[in-house]
Design a protein around this ligand. Structure first.
Ligand code: HEM
Length: 423
């Protein structure tokens, strides 16, 4: 007997959005629709193990909360788990959980290495690496697309950016995956803690090495740069390396696997992309909207205020659900259709406002590289086994998707050109 709560009926309070199992085991579409229609500013009541929090589900409300960093701070955490635990130990030191002038100063220092021009070399290497991975997967015929292809692309890009040597990359993949989510849904606090500390220690050692001998990479930039007239502290450097790797690896990987899954379910869309009937850039945006890898962005109210007709008190946790906003029929026609030609596509997968994803250009370039390689090299993709969903209330995606990839005849392959994708 199915014991899961029905999401299209019954009291909304009975559904616990903090529960990672809920997100892995359900299609939350019906729940998001109800929340947007019946309770767009919904109070998720406290229970024995955690405090209550606000759930914002409509596109316009999400934009309005994320734009207003005076009324909603990130400094007490920006993901539900840290907010519920009472705060983020990196607050005021790591970009995503810093506000005001310190955020502005740190962000403008980091904008340069994340700009399209500076990323030229990284993007070119992403395109070559992605094509090689897809070629190898086609040669093997059957692969786990999540582990064998998608996991390597964002990580290689971030490691290029940060200057992590190739020999250390497998270690970084393992630490990053277990720091963010578990594959069986059981929280393993000890393993998560050990992985997070492993990453912090790794970057602490890398920063010390770059301090002595700076290269042209982001770690060296953080080590040598002055912000607001002072050098960054060792902790600030380490926390921000950690934030870049955590922010850019799993999110991009999940958008890639979810994108392929959507294409496998809709061969007509894959054909339209291959034939050039839809552009890669609109396809990338739709994959981002459809997959919504970061489910929410969280904030804390800094003052008493009204959100819609609800009274929010200073100190309340306010979570904005990007996954729901991305299916809001007030903004997207046929929001539950995967339509690669969708334009405009005002998805919120990279959030909105001052904390808008710093890695958006890079993530788009990675997805562009993947879609181009799939179009050039793959005639047909189909699943050969069930997918495995990650258990997390923050990230949404597949940690495993066995697939079979049939190649295009060699003569029909398009050559690799050197135009950078994304943006
Ligand atoms: C911020 C999503 C890729 C680095 C964010 C935020 C979201 C997000 C939702 C805002 C968090 C908030 O409002 O509290 C995504 C998604 C990605 C992706 C869905 C891929 C599909 C990347 C990449 C990098 C990156 C590739 C770096 C290599 C960051 C950083 C921030 C951020 C540093 C903090 C920006 C700030 O607070 O000013 N990302 N991200 N992200 N992301 Fe991404």
């Amino acid at each position: 007997m199915d014991t899961r709560p029905a999401l299209d009926q019954g009291p909304l309070d009975a559904v616990d959005l903090a529960d990672p199992l809920l997100h892995a085991n359900h299609d939350l579409g019906p729940l998001w629709r109800r929340l947007r229609d019946e309770a767009p500013v919904h109070w998720q009541p406290e229970n024995d193990s955690r405090p209550g929090f606000w759930v914002i589900s409509g596109h316009a409300d999400v934009v309005s909360v994320l734009s207003d960093s005076a009324s909603f701070t990130s400094e007490r955490g920006n993901v539900l788990d840290t907010l519920l635990a009472g705060g983020d130990s990196a607050a005021g030191r790591m970009l995503a959980v810093t506000d005001g002038q310190p955020h502005k100063a740190l962000r403008s220092a980091l904008l340069k290495p994340f700009s399209p021009r500076s990323l030229d070399v990284v993007v070119e290497s992403v395109r070559r690496g992605t094509r090689r991975l897809v070629e190898e997967a086609v040669e093997r015929g059957e692969v786990d697309f999540a582990a064998d292809v998608a996991a390597h692309i964002p990580l290689a890009a971030i490691c290029d950016l940060l200057g992590v040597p190739p020999t250390d990359r497998q270690h970084i993949i393992e630490l990053t995956s277990s720091a963010l989510s578990t594959e069986d849904g059981r929280p393993d606090e000890e393993a998560t803690w050990a992985s997070r500390n492993g990453l912090l220690l790794y970057f602490s050692e890398l920063a010390a090495a770059r301090h002595d001998k700076p290269y042209d990479d982001v770690v060296s930039l953080l080590v040598t740069k002055e912000i607001d007239g002072r050098p960054l502290t060792h902790e600030e450097i380490v926390f921000n390396c950690y934030s870049i790797i955590m922010g850019g690896h799993e999110t991009t990987r999940f958008s890639m696997v979810g994108g392929l899954q959507a294409l496998m379910e809709r061969p007509d869309q894959f054909r339209a992309l291959k034939s050039g009937e839809v552009t890669t850039s609109s396809a990338v945006e739709e994959v981002l909207r459809w997959t919504s890898p970061a489910l929410h962005s969280g904030r804390t109210a800094t003052q008493d205020l009204f959100l819609g007709d609800q009274f929010v008190e200073e100190g309340d946790i306010v979570t904005t659900w990007l996954a729901s906003a991305n299916r809001d029929g007030r903004v997207f026609a046929e929001p539950d259709e995967f339509d690669l030609a969708r334009t405009p596509n005002k998805h919120l997968s990279f959030a909105y406002g001052p904390h808008f994803c710093l890695g958006a250009f890079l993530a788009r370039a990675e997805l562009t590289a993947l879609l181009e390689s799939l179009c050039d090299l793959v005639a047909e993709a189909r699943p050969t086994g069930p997918p495995t969903y990650v258990y997390s209330n923050f990230l949404s995606g597949l940690s495993s998707q066995p697939v079979s990839l049939t190649g295009e005849p060699a003569g029909s392959r398009a050559p690799l050109t050197s135009s950078a994708g994304g943006g």
